[in-house]
Design a protein. Sequence first.
Length: 360
Amino acid sequence: MLAIRDAAAAHPFLARYLRFWLLYGNHPIADWQKLVQDEAASNHLDGVEADYRCQDLSSLLAYARGLGLDVGVFTLPGPSFGEVLLSALREEVSLLTTEYRADQARAIVEASNGLAYANVETATDPTLMALRASATGSARQTGVTLGLPASGQSFGTPSLQDWPAGQPFYGPALHFQPSQSQAIELDRYAAVGGGVLLGALVRFNALDSLAPGESQVIVSRPGSFTLELSRPSTGGTTVLRFGVSVAGKSFVHEYPITGGSMTACDAHTTETFTDALQTGLSYSIEGAYDGHDAVHMFIDHRCAGTLAPAAQGALDSSAAPIMLGAEPLPAPPFAHAYFDGDVQQVQLQSWAAHDGAQIN
């Protein structure tokens, strides 16, 4: 590759159309980052592309971006469920290799269905900039003050914790501590519509220590949708849950922290996540409901390996705000069920069914 790049320099009209990238499979994060430094950055290549199923994928990509490299992922599946991954990753990379037909993949990536988005990878205290809806439905970027202490009348906000190379995150992440009653009102005005795609990049500080009946909410709008850790009131295994409310009923996809044991989604995909969840790793979690099908949860961009419930109909509307790190309450302190862990990225999109085609 280097020889081709160097030879192309003698052909300037051709060279300006060439980009030189390296592809990497699934390596331990410290090894991966060393390879990127030694092979791609040191040789002044243009970018790196990683297997979308890599553990700690976000840390790998953030590290490469920090070295001045473009980043991409390969090879996202086609229909069905490839559309979920295209949308979930569209803000994080500059290249998506997919089995989806190109024109349909482009339409998904360019769709104006984003409702809220925040990534603190390059944030600095004391302000987080979040893109979210206004009262009229237009997009606006607003600042959230970080590190505010809680009071008897209101919840506080998390601070940033910086993560070095070789860790589940690279760069800053929001550090949520339940003892400090910390949360962020992500959006108040977003009209979600028929379905929802919810994504969060998280690291758990507590998994098997939840008390019976305890929940720790990652993102929630009560009466409409939630993403949370929860332990049954009768005890038993804590589960990661993505749930939606349709016609007054709850439909919840649950994944036990001890791992899954079945092929998930449907016959269109063989990518299934069945691992036990761990506190020392980061996870990309997506929940997707398109308004008339199963309620699906994805962990590290693979279908969570448990049975997904089916629902039919639009999400129930809710006047509650969308909250990150807790479940909102209508009265002081305006939040409870606080999350114990770290969040680097969160996004919310209005979601509908996609009729896509596989490439030939």
